[in-house]
Write a protein that binds this ligand. Structure first.
Ligand SMILES: NC(=O)c1ccc[n+]([C@@H]2O[C@H](COP(=O)([O-])OP(=O)(O)OC[C@H]3O[C@@H](n4cnc5c(N)ncnc54)[C@H](OP(=O)(O)O)[C@@H]3O)[C@@H](O)[C@H]2O)c1
Length: 318
């Protein structure tokens, strides 16, 4: 592994974080149906209590509501919390000044003076990586963001971001990408290895494959809303994976299916940020930290999921 820069070292010391897309989002997560502000407040409090203090949000989540709720909860705790949020490059944002401006909006919603990690949510065809990274460097140099990261960047874009930031003497701290036992593209196309090589922290989003890796969903009982149709095919292949996760968990001090799935990511060198809607989910997910699957268990999980999707071995161009 390459030398990790002193500015980004803290990210490499974090085993797991908490995702907050659920906090306010009605379209995918149905915020307001079955859970609301009190439940997500408890998810926050339980996470902090369990030692999960790295929280990932975005200006986009719930149209700013996720950041506003997080801001409220931050005021109710005296525990130190690390905050990551994201810039969304909507088409009318194409100048570097859009980044510090958007970040100030996020900071105002959260009621804080700076974030620990500011990420580009998605690459944009209208704003070059160079321009985005100029804006990012400005955010870091002005003290609004402690570190700069990207999200959903393929290898070549990630390398371009890394080099562009380096010209401003700012390290690329992280790349937040889809990674779970059921979505192993970043492992197969070399992005994970490249991140390790360059000291970039790979943050794994949808680490429970939006709830599929908890054992509660099946073809007969699909997840509600858009997830049901999104995962119709994958659900058919799920039972054998769930059975194996269950068996491994039972043989490893009675860990749950989701805890084994999250620990597998930690063992791979990623930082999973499972989303939680309530205290129970937050507590269970936190139990995925502080221990390690054996090499043999990892190999069995690898083997069981190797062909669950078709992966291209070439790095994507995005
Ligand atoms: N950068 C990006 O483009 C991007 C994209 C997606 C996500 N993210 C980030 O990554 C975070 C996590 O990803 P995600 O939310 O998509 O998916 P996820 O973490 O794989 O799944 C979260 C969902 O699974 C269910 N769940 C979680 N823990 C559970 C438990 N212990 N027991 C039973 N059910 C449980 C809950 O939904 P139900 O109870 O409804 O099943 C929860 O909302 C997000 O919150 C967000 O911060 C980023």
């Amino acid at each position: 592994m390459s030398e990790i820069s002193s500015e980004t070292r803290f990210l490499h010391a974090i085993e797991m974080g908490l995702g907050t897309w659920q906090w306010g989002d009605r379209i995918v997560w149905q915020y307001g149906h079955g859970y609301s502000v009190e439940e997500v407040r408890q998810a926050f409090q339980t996470s902090i209590h369990e030692g999960i203090y790295f929280i990932d949000t975005a200006e986009l989540y719930g149209n700013g509501l996720s950041e506003r709720l997080l801001g409220r909860f931050l005021k109710e705790t005296d525990q130190p919390v690390l905050i990551a949020t994201k810039f969304f490059p909507v088409p009318w944002r194409f100048r570097k000044a859009a980044l510090p401006r958007a970040l100030k909006g996020s900071l105002a919603r959260m009621g804080i003076e700076n974030v620990d990690l500011y990420q580009i949510h998605w690459p944009s065809p209208l704003m070059s990586t160079e321009t985005m990274m100029e804006g990012m460097a400005e955010c870091v140099k002005s003290g609004l963001a402690r570190t700069a990261g990207v999200s959903n960047f393929g290898q070549s874009r990630m390398l371009a971001a890394y080099s562009a930031l380096a010209r401003h003497n700012v390290p690329l701290a992280s790349n937040q990408v889809h990674y779970s036992l059921l979505s192993r593209e970043v492992e197969k196309n070399g992005t994970l290895a490249r991140c390790k090589e360059l000291g970039i922290r790979l943050i794994a989003y949808s680490p429970l494959e939006k709830g599929l890796l908890t054992g509660k969903y099946s073809s007969e009982n699909p997840p509600p809303g858009v997830r049901g149709s999104q995962y119709a095919e994958l659900l058919k292949k799920l039972p054998s994976v769930i059975k194996l996760l269950q068996e491994i968990g039972q043989n490893h001090g009675d860990k749950t299916i989701s805890q084994v799935a999250l620990n597998w990511l930690i063992c791979k060198g990623a930082l999973p940020i499972p989303g939680a809607k309530n205290s129970q989910q937050a507590e269970m997910n936190a139990g995925g930290t502080g221990w390690q699957l054996t090499e043999e268990q990892i190999a069995r999980l690898d083997h069981a999921t190797d062909n669950i999707r078709e992966y291209s071995s070439r790095p994507p161009s995005s």
